[in-house]
Design a protein around this ligand. Structure first.
Ligand code: C2E
Ligand code: MG
Ligand code: MG
Ligand code: MG
Length: 285
């Protein structure tokens, strides 16, 4: 099994040294072990984790929900960025079983939060390859039923580029999920190449403004205008707007002035494991 995985990794030319840009900006060498092979082993050994980042309702200052983010700690190396390992999961097709596992895990965690009296929506990121599986909508709805969760409790985040890979198919599947009351969000909004007409074509109820527009909002009048325009357009289309990567109180204040609905970022809370989330929630009250 291992030999097979290694041979495959070699064929795909990934048996090289990989680096991960840690948030602290240190570069961690992962070593000569193929990252793909390590990912297969991690999957077999159930080493992936889901962490949760709270989102805040900006008008009330209260919790608005969570985004589930995949985490993987490579032994002896530390956390590997999803930006590094998710493309490999996508290329190898592993993203499909991993993706169903994370929806299942998010449902289990939602159930646990609900039992604690926290009825907040959780958003999961969905890769293009998974969204366009024939039975994706049925698979998701079945898991919600199994866990006795109202479908409104689950949100799906998709990037513009992943929607545009097979737009007709994606639109059909999303329509079914939206009819079942799931929330559908466009992630990293403003960074894709698609035309705005797709906002009419896909049943989207939420836009998440990419962090790149938020970071320099205070200094950069152009970024501020873009954020302002996105918020107005989204509200004109009756959509909810979330700003990503809000790191300072100043950015939060500015977004509040611009009528942004929700904010997500280190200023409010960092992503954390479920166990830590319970403590964080208790602290908030
Ligand atoms: P994303 O969906 O746009 O997720 C937001 C990313 O911004 C997360 O990075 C989060 O940790 C980071 N972030 C949040 N607040 C701040 C902030 O204030 N400052 C900065 N600098 N960063 C902030 P993360 O967890 O590294 O994930 C990166 C990307 O990987 C995600 O971007 C998403 O596209 C993808 N990803 C993560 N988890 C999953 C997953 O379960 N499935 C799929 N298909 N993709 C995932
Ligand atoms: Mg996301
Ligand atoms: Mg995003
Ligand atoms: Mg982003």
């Amino acid at each position: 099994h291992l030999d097979h995985a290694l041979a495959q990794a070699k064929r795909q030319g990934r048996n090289s040294i990989c680096f991960y840009q840690h948030p602290a900006k240190t570069t961690l060498p992962i070593g000569k072990v193929s990252l793909e092979n390590a990912l297969r082993l991690a999957w077999e050994n159930k080493e992936f984790e889901l962490w949760y980042q709270p989102k805040m309702n900006i008008a009330s200052g209260r919790l608005a929900g969570f985004e589930a983010l995949l985490r993987w700690h490579l032994h002896g190396t530390g956390p590997v960025s999803p930006a590094v390992f998710i493309p490999i999961l996508e290329d190898t097709g592993m993203i499909i079983p991993v993706g169903y596992w994370l929806i299942e895990q998010a449902c289990t965690d939602l159930r646990q939060l609900a039992d604690l009296g926290i009825d907040m929506p959780v958003a999961v990121n969905i890769a293009a390859r998974q969204l366009t599986q024939d039975d994706f909508a049925e698979q998701v709805l079945a898991r919600l039923r199994q866990h006795r969760l109202p479908p409104q409790r689950l949100a799906l985040e998709l990037t513009e580029s992943s929607l545009m890979q097979e737009p007709t198919r994606a639109a059909g599947i999303l329509r079914r999920l939206r009819q079942a009351q799931l929330s559908i969000a466009i992630d990293d909004f403003g960074t894709g190449y698609s035309s705005l007409s797709y906002l009419k074509r896909f049943p989207v109820d939420t836009l998440k403004i990419d962090r790149s527009f938020i970071t320099e909002m205070e200094q950069d009048a152009d970024d501020r205008s873009i954020v302002d325009a996105i918020i107005r357009m989204a509200h004109g289309l009756s959509m909810t707007v979330v700003a990503e990567g809000v790191e300072t109180a100043e950015q939060a204040a500015l977004l509040r002035q611009l009528n942004c609905d929700q904010i997500q970022g280190y200023w409010y809370a960092r992503p954390m494991p479920l166990a830590q989330l319970a403590a964080w929630l208790a602290e908030q009250q």
